[in-house]
Design a protein around this ligand. Structure first.
Ligand code: LLP
Length: 419
């Protein structure tokens, strides 16, 4: 489903002209489409058919409360990596705790306490020391913590090295060779109950083979643990399915789920299956709206200076990521030019796109596509730039789900030394 389409010479989000949103809320501004979010989550959910499963949306991809609420209303589970993300999930739906898994290599005791108090489905433990800390926290609370061991399956994936997580040299997970020993320890701790095995091998993955390879590793280990007496209830196969930003050809969500289920069936493993998708649910559901401030030339090089910058969208600067940039006025008369689309931040890495051919005059709007995931969540206040507004479109209506920050609010917590 394409949420952003051209009608009457201009780009719309569902039925709302993007121009109208920019007029109401200013730029830069993130715009998310409800139907696309729901559609993407439901497509994965449906693909499981009657296999017991839970599609746990990875909150890190886009944690706007408006977005989380939409998915919570679909019955989504959630994958969180911090106490902050837990608080967001609870803020939209307290009952969603029971559908929430807590991942991440560095959980603090306070975060563990909050997760146990809320009653999360599973805490994915990533090291022996973390296990001991969780035992301590659970014992202090007189509770039993539901635990999944996140293993590192040591599977190589073709993606940007910063977002590959399933190799032994990455900080994530417990090495498969040690998982057995860690499980024994967990089984001997009175306040821990090992209920699952988890993995996650990376993000923006465009091939099925690494996913099925990691399922096989996880299954191998699950069998060993069962032989050891573990009563496992679920397998968590992580997230990572890629999307098309430019000309990538990722597997369709249904193909991906079918491949996971196929690998499980081969081993006759019958357990509830969890996945933790972020990007594939949210990326295509959002755009970043920005306005062209100036066109300029330095020597042979042309630039469109826009009002969004690397503090709003870090992916191009951090990963060299390519995201499509489209004029909002699709039938513009401005002359076509080829330029780098850059922001006002004082870094040469501050670009949203390089060598783009555009037709947009100063004052006109551009939409950076596929900004529903890993865009607003990675924004910062660098150069004391207030973070952008976020808007959710639902059919012909639109709602401001995060107001633009003000400069005052940026230094509200700061003080000067006494005079
Ligand atoms: N589960 C775990 C444990 C993860 O670490 C991640 C992503 C996910 C699930 C969701 O993965 P997804 O389905 O979204 O690929 N900032 C980067 C992406 C970082 C992903 C980190 N982990 C980017 O902008 O490309």
């Amino acid at each position: 489903m394409n949420a952003f389409t051209e009608k009457n010479g201009e780009l719309h989000a569902e039925q709302v002209p993007l121009r109208e949103i920019a007029r109401r809320h200013g730029t830069p501004c993130f715009v998310y489409a409800r139907a696309a979010l729901e559609g993407a989550w439901r497509e994965l959910d449906r693909a499981f058919g009657d296999t017991p499963h839970l599609v746990c949306y990875a909150v890190k991809a886009n944690s706007n409360l408006g977005v989380l609420d939409i998915l919570a209303r679909c019955g989504a589970g959630f994958d969180i990596v911090s106490g902050g993300e837990l608080a967001r999930v609870l803020a939209v739906d307290a009952a969603a705790a029971a559908r929430t898994i807590f991942s991440g290599v560095g959980k603090s005791a306070g975060e563990m306490r909050a997760a146990l108090e809320a009653g999360v489905l599973s805490i994915n433990v990533e090291s022996a020391q973390e296990l001991e800390r969780l035992q301590q926290v659970a014992a202090d609370m007189n509770m039993t913590a539901p635990v999944a061991l996140r293993i590192n399956p040591d599977v190589d994936v073709r993606t940007h090295p910063y977002i590959a997580t399933g190799l032994n040299r990455n900080k994530f997970g417990i090495a498969a060779a040690e998982a057995h020993e860690v499980y024994r320890r967990a089984a001997a701790r009175p306040n821990l109950r090992v209920t699952g095995v988890a993995c996650h091998i990376g993000s923006q993955l465009l091939e099925l083979a690494p996913f099925t390879a990691s399922v096989e590793r996880v299954l191998q280990l699950a069998r060993q643990l069962q032989d050891d007496g573990a009563v496992l209830e679920h397998l968590d196969l992580g997230g990572g399915l890629g999307v098309r930003y430019r000309d990538e050809t990722p597997p369709a969500p249904a193909e991906y789920v079918a491949a996971l289920l196929g690998a499980l069936r081969k081993q006759r493993m019958r357990m509830k299956v969890l996945i933790e998708p972020g990007r594939v649910v949210a990326a295509a559901a959002g755009v970043l709206l920005t306005r062209v401030e100036y066109l300029k030339r330095n020597g042979a090089k042309h630039f469109a200076v826009v009002d969004a910058a690397m503090n709003d969208l870090l992916r191009p600067a951090l990963y060299g990521a390519w995201q499509e940039i489209r004029p909002v006025k699709t039938a513009g008369e401005a002359p076509e030019y080829t330029c780098d689309v850059v922001g006002p931040v004082c870094e040469s890495a501050d670009f949203l796109g390089a060598g783009r051919t555009l037709r947009a005059a100063p004052g006109e709007l551009l939409a950076v596509m596929s900004c529903g995931a890993y865009a607003a969540v990675m924004s910062s206040n660098y150069n004391t730039r207030p973070r952008a507004a976020e808007v959710v479109v639902d059919g012909a209506r639109h709602f401001l789900t995060r107001r633009r920050e003000t400069v005052d609010s940026l230094f509200a917590g700061e003080t000067v030394l006494p005079h």
